[in-house]
Structures are given as structure tokens and as C-alpha cells.
Write a protein that binds this ligand. Structure first.
Ligand SMILES: [Zn+2]
Length: 362
């Protein structure tokens, strides 16, 4: 079906990587014509990210990884924006009016969202879900390109690494770029901290390692250059993935707000998450009959893990907390005291169940 608003490159290897290219194409679906723009606009950045698709294809093929590329131009709808972003359908770009978008009303935007935006993002989400179901944690790599000159000043960077709060992959990738001699932008030429953009939705809010790579267009302007660039890029990405280690789910922003229209800011979400944690701790303090070993057998974690996670979360913020002190916070008393009061004898059957569970829990 040629009408899908994306192109999916199927994986040929079992690799925990998904490449995205939101601005891959300068094409428009038939009914939209040229949106009233002249031909020249379609060779320029306002229509697409020059070279990004070719780099994405080369990388996807080199890794044998899945890739999802936009089929239509960002002039139709910008896939790298939040669904409610006022620039989702751009009326102006680079100072010029886009006639076919100028009068796009709410119903037109709703239609474009349903026909072109939602299917793309649903497909990305479904790819992620499918890997998670298999017990794999995908790393999301988004490929973009930028113009060498912006508002008559030259941009010094050759590549940019855009990221929000999850630097697991971004930091080692920047290091690798720099060591390889690239002039590297850290959240340049754009910031990766835009709420609800593509990486925010599929990376940050799902706790998946991710990075957005910006490449300067003049380095990837022809297919040949793009392929050569991808070949330089691959070992650097390999290196960064290696430094990062096996991908795991880790949240760096408060979780998604519940579905519905309840407005909720990040502070409120954090407070609700904290309240839930407090209630969990209160519950565990009350339910002294629940033994740590039972939690470990059925859930792969126990009170000690919660204390350790608290200590690790603090360490991430540069706060050192003693291991025993962190565990005491969960127990409500020193661990040794809780043990003396409430811990029961462990039967050989439980020991065996615990040993078996250790093998299956990750
Ligand atoms: Zn882009």
C-alpha cells in the first residue's frame, strides 16, 4: 500500500536498535499539490532534511536494523513535534508563507494528524512494543540534518547531538565524535529538550536509551557522500553503544500523565509518583508478614532493592547516601532490627525457589 505515511525497513538481524528519520522526504501526497510553493522549495531544508534518509538507510542496512522513515514532507505535518504544537503544520518557514498551509484550520490539522502523523507514531510505538514483548530493550536513534548557514551566519558544527535528560548514549557519542575530529554540537544547532517531540515521546517517556543526531547537509548532500558519512558514523555509534552497555529502561522525567485531559505539570507528576512510593513503603512497613525472600521469588526485588534504588537515585543527583541509611528509610528501622523482629526461618523449599528465580529474573 503506497499510501502509508511512512516507509518501514524491516530488520535482517536481531539487533536492539530502531532508526527513525522524521524529515526523510520532500514529497507531498497528490491532493496537496505543491502547497502553492515553487519547485525550488522542495530542494531545500524547509521541505526535508537533505541527506538524512540516505544516511539512515545505510546505517539500517549496516546494522540489519529496523528503520522508519517519513514518506511525506515536513511541510505537510512535522513528525518531530508534539501533537498539540502550534508549529505542527507550519504556516511560515524561513520567512516565507506556505500558501497551502496558511489557511489550514483546526479540522484540516486534525485530518492531517489522523492521516499522516498518528500512523507514523503508532508504527514507531508498535516497533518498540514488539521488541519489549520479546524481552529486548530498543535503543532509538533519530537522524536529522541541518543547513550550513542560518540567518546569514555559518554554523560551525559538523554534527550535533541532541538530547534531553538521558545522556546514556548522547554523552559517549559526543566523546566519540570529538575524538574522531568532528566539530560537535552539544544540543546544537537545536536543543533536544523540546517536550513532546519525537524523542521525548518514544525515548524519554518510555525510558529507552536514545539520541538524535544532526548532520550538516553539505557533508551528506549526495548519496555517495551520505553513504560515506554513514560508514564513518557507524564505528562511532558502535563505540558509544559499547560504552553505554546493555540497554535498560530508565526514566529521567516523570512518567506520562494518565490518559485524558487532566492538565498536569511535571512537578505534579513527580509529586504523585512520590506519593505512590510513600504508599508502597507504608504498605511494606505494615505488611511485616511479607518476607523479602517471597518478594524476590515472585517479583525479583525486595525491600533492600528499594533502598538501594533510592541510594542510586540520590547518587545520580550527586548526593551520597550510606547503603544502610537508604535501606533504613524503607524498613523504618535499621535493617538488622527489622530482621530480628520479623524475618522468619527460610525453608529449604524456599531456598530452592529463590535460587531458581534468580536464574530467570533479569
Ligand atoms: Zn530534521
Amino acid at each position: 500500500m503506497a499510501d502509508l505515511p511512512f516507509e518501514r525497513i524491516a530488520p535482517t538481524q536481531s539487533v536492539d536498535l530502531i532508526f527513525l528519520c522524521d524529515h526523510a522526504s520532500n514529497a507531498l501526497p497528490e491532493p496537496y499539490g505543491t502547497l502553492g510553493l515553487d519547485e525550488g522549495a522542495f530542494a531545500a531544508h524547509i521541505a526535508f532534511d537533505i541527506g538524512a534518509a540516505a544516511v539512515t538507510r545505510t546505517l539500517a542496512s549496516a546494522y540489519g536494523a529496523t528503520a522508519i522513515l517519513a514518506r511525506w514532507s515536513r511541510l505537510l505535518i512535522d513528525l518531530n513535534r508534539g501533537a498539540d504544537d502550534p508549529t505542527l503544520v507550519m504556516r511560515l518557514s524561513d520567512g516565507r508563507i506556505i500558501p497551502g498551509n496558511r489557511d489550514a484550520d483546526e479540522s484540516e490539522i486534525v485530518r492531517r494528524r489522523a492521516d499522516y502523523f498518528d500512523p507514523y507514531h503508532k508504527t514507531v510505538a508498535a516497533e518498540i512494543d514488539a521488541m519489549l514483548v520479546e524481552g529486548r530493550t530498543p535503543v532509538i536513534v533519530s537522524m536529522h540534518s541541518f543547513t550550513p548557514v542560518w540567518k546569514s551566519s555559518r554554523r560551525p558544527w559538523e554534527v550535533g547531538v541532541l538530547w534531553d535528560r538521558d545522556g546514556r548514549l548522547a554523552r559517549p557519542l559526543m566523546d566519540a565524535f570529538k575524538r574522531a575530529g568532528f566539530v560537535t554540537g552539544d544540543n546544537e544547532p537545536y536543543s533536544g529538550e523540546l517536550e513532546n517531540d519525537c524523542m521525548y515521546v518514544h525515548g524519554t517517556m518510555r525510558g529507552l536509551p536514545h539520541v538524535l543526531i544532526e548532520m550538516r547537509q553539505d557533508l551528506i548532500g549526495t548519496d555517495e557522500d551520505a553513504r560515506a558519512f554513514a560508514e564513518r558514523l557507524k564505528p562511532l555509534l558502535d563505540e558509544a553503544l559499547n560504552v553505554m552497555g546493555p540497554p535498560v529502561v530508565k526514566f529521567t522525567r516523570p512518567l506520562m500523565p494518565p490518559k485524558g485531559d487532566t492538565p498536569m505539570d511535571e512537578k505534579m507528576r513527580t509529586e504523585l509518583e512520590a506519593a505512590t512510593f510513600r504508599r508502597l513503603v507504608a504498605h511494606l512497613r505494615e505488611r511485616t508478614d511479607v518476607q523479602n525472600i517471597d518478594l524476590m521469588i515472585s517479583g525479583g526485588f525486595c525491600r533492600n532493592c528499594l533502598g538501594d534504588w533510592y541510594r542510586e537515585a540520590a547518587a545520580d543527583k550527586g548526593i551520597a547516601i550510606d547503603k544502610d541509611a537508604a535501606r533504613e528509610l524503607v524498613y523504618g528501622m535499621p535493617q538488622a532490627e527489622w530482621k530480628a523482629r520479623y524475618q522468619t526461618e527460610v525453608s529449604p523449599e524456599k531456598q530452592a525457589a529463590f535460587a531458581a528465580a534468580q536464574k530467570t529474573h533479569r
